[in-house]
Design a protein around this ligand. Structure first.
Ligand code: 5AD
Ligand code: SF4
Length: 470
């Protein structure tokens, strides 16, 4: 007689069963984990899911890597520096493992999606136990189980994945704010960027799944959410029933109890007039838009495959500022892209001066093997790039200080995040524009929205005084 096997239909249920099984094995052993996250907000959010799985299994978090029985690095490969850090730290883990032979080491995230990295780890870092990529992090429990069963290095890297696994456990850093993925992957292939190769093609989550997740978060006390995607402006195009990003925001806005909505990252070429109308009318969208421009030179933008010109970017900024005069704009800028001349760089400085960004992430171009820019002619010498980079940082500091100075005297709502680390008579939070504000207060204010008058500009943060309410 054939044995009847009960195969769970949903992957998340199957993983839950493996977590339950492992938790029986781990129970009472008091095992600890330490997770390090490299890179962007997407990775930070993925790490919340990894933590959720590890804690469901029964591991406890520790701040000390040297105390951990399970060490996991969620890696980034956008720039070379992030990769070098991982290799450096892996080297020293060898020593930790000698002291604690039962310790497990897992690596995941964007670096793992590159064949050359996997070969290097297989050859040089034999003490690593588990390698997995960006498409299958929901399988962490199963990979641990396989490692324990076989005693061998487990490697599970997928090229792409269409199915999006919902409903996995997750540990949030804050009780009152959360990030929510609305899409994965990227179709843009900017010529310097490795992301489309390691995160795969664009896939949007169904609006009903996103709304359900946010409703549950709000019921759990969350008042602010950040919608995450590599290019949120093209949300919904790949759905069976296409839906625009603007329409998604409008649906989310209706959720009662949700106070603030943020999103990142926007690609200028896809930011629609429909979204600008939502920016104009929304009561919940924050006064902050992150809009990477990368370079002010139209010639370089074309070589970067960004598909907008300097003028189109400036026009878009004009429309956004007209729709919301309080908007704070932040951006990403790359210095030293192949072929960048002094004139090209001057165009970048010109955009910074014209737009008056509130903040910018400034990057030195990093050559990524496999991307078209890596083989372009005219790679810029390091000393030239560094000198330009310093000039850009000086200008950005000046511009950011001017912008934050404009907040002095304004009344703003601070969502309080934590007690100030340097001075425990203060608490720290963010206002709608994402500026950091310190104000007098105690931990009872954490998670509350407190109206304040901004009284001083300290460039990297503002001081606020709480407005006594009648
Ligand atoms: N070199 C430098 N910066 C890069 N970025 C992406 N790829 C590279 C690279 N090869 C930057 C872009 C992007 C941000 C997330 O990282 O500015 O917007
Ligand atoms: Fe990279 Fe460009 Fe996609 Fe952003 S839009 S992830 S920079 S390819």
């Amino acid at each position: 007689m054939k044995k009847k096997i009960d195969v769970p239909i949903e992957e998340s249920i199957r993983q839950k069963q493996i977590m339950d099984k492992l938790s029986v094995y781990i129970k009472g052993k008091k095992l600890k984990y330490h997770l390090s996250t490299f890179g962007c907000q997407m990775n930070a959010h993925d790490s919340e899911k990894l933590k959720g799985i590890l804690e469901e299994i029964g591991y406890e978090a520790t701040d000390q890597e040297s105390d951990a029985d399970f060490v996991i690095y969620n890696t980034c490969c956008v720039r070379e520096n992030a990769e070098l850090k991982v290799y450096g730290r892996l080297g020293s883990l060898k020593h930790n493992k000698k002291n604690n032979p039962n310790m497990l080491i897992a690596l995941c995230g964007c670096m793992m999606q590159q064949d050359a990295v996997i070969s290097k780890i297989k050859q040089t870092y034999r003490h690593v136990d588990i390698l997995f990529g960006t498409h299958n992090l929901y399988k962490l429990a199963e990979l641990i189980q396989t490692r324990l069963d076989t005693g061998k290095m487990v490697i599970d890297i997928w090229d792409n994945h269409k199915e999006i696994v919902e409903d996995l456990p997750s540990i949030r850093k804050f009780d009152f704010k959360a990030s929510v993925n609305i899409m994965f992957g990227c179709n843009n292939f900017c010529t310097y960027c490795i992301v489309p190769y390691v995160r795969g093609r664009e896939r949007s989550r169904k609006p009903e799944d996103i709304l359900k997740e946010i409703q549950e978060l709000v019921a759990d006390g969350v008042v602010e959410i950040t919608l995450l995607g590599q290019n949120v402006n093209s949300y919904g195009k790949s759905l069976d029933k296409p839906m625009s990003f603007a329409a998604l925001i409008q649906a989310i806005e209706k959720i009662e109890g949700l106070k603030r909505i943020r999103f990142m990252t926007s690609h200028p070429k896809d930011l629609s007039d429909e979204l600008i109308d939502v920016i104009r009318t929304s009561k919940k969208l924050s006064d902050h838009i992150h809009l990477p421009f990368q370079s002010g030179s139209t010639r370089l933008l074309q070589k970067m495959n960004r598909r907008y010109t300097k003028e189109q970017y400036l026009e878009l900024v004009r429309k956004i500022k007209e729709a919301n005069p309080n908007v704070a704009l932040t951006t990403d800028i790359i210095v030293g892209f192949p072929g960048e001349t002094e004139e090209d760089f001057e165009e970048t400085l010109d955009v910074v001066r014209q737009v008056m960004f509130d903040n910018a992430f400034t990057f030195i171009y990093s050559k990524r093997t496999g991307t078209p820019a890596a083989t372009m002619e005219g790679q810029v010498p390091e000393e030239v790039t560094k000198e330009r980079f310093n000039r850009l940082c000086d200008l950005m500091n000046e511009v950011a200080a001017k912008r934050s100075g404009l907040k002095v005297g304004q009344v703003e709502d601070v969502l309080v995040e934590q007690v100030n680390r340097q001075d425990d008579s203060l608490v720290t939070g963010r206002i709608s524009s994402n500026h950091i504000v310190h104000l007098k207060g105690t931990k009872v204010l954490i998670g509350k929205i407190v109206p304040v008058t901004i009284v001083e500009n300290k460039t990297y943060y503002l001081l606020g005084e709480s407005i006594q309410q009648a």
